[in-house]
Design a protein around this ligand. Sequence first.
Ligand code: ZN
Length: 186
Amino acid sequence: MPIPASQPLPPSADSAAAPAGGSVTDRLVEANRRYADAFTDPGMDARPVQKVAVVACMDARIDLHRALGLELGDCHTIRNAGGVVTDDIIRSLTISQRALGTRSVVLIHHTGCGLLGLTEDFRHDLAAEVGQRPTWAVEAFKDLDEDVRQSMQRVRTSPFLLHTDDVRGFVFDVTTGLLREIDPQG
Ligand SMILES: [Zn+2]
């Protein structure tokens, strides 16, 4: 995937001087005011009611709560590009289980993922452009099912987690909204 030649970023919009309608962030802040107006304290503590952590891709087409029938307070949602189990995902899962009582892990990758089209060239091009190698792996993949299996394996074999017996992996189809479970054995 070609990386655009580096260009100076446009100056960020000064929110005080934002035109009518404002930036996207201005609109989010405005939406939040309406949300807070109707909000009542749910009176929950931080421990997820369903004792489950969902690790998923950051893809904008996946509405995890609606897709899984989850309510506010039910679960931890941990998202990154690809829903790949990186060290930072393990960090979050470790805190989720050891400090906040979750016991089950659900992994969700999806069809049409942006990482499917990437290769390690992305990393090489990035290093060439900025003159510095990223410390992280791109974690691109070509085989969705295999990547879900690898993610399940990384969770199951983590020495930091208390609960690795209920770890299940799925591919979410962004055109049908359906989950397809992945057999960890292939
Ligand atoms: Zn994705």
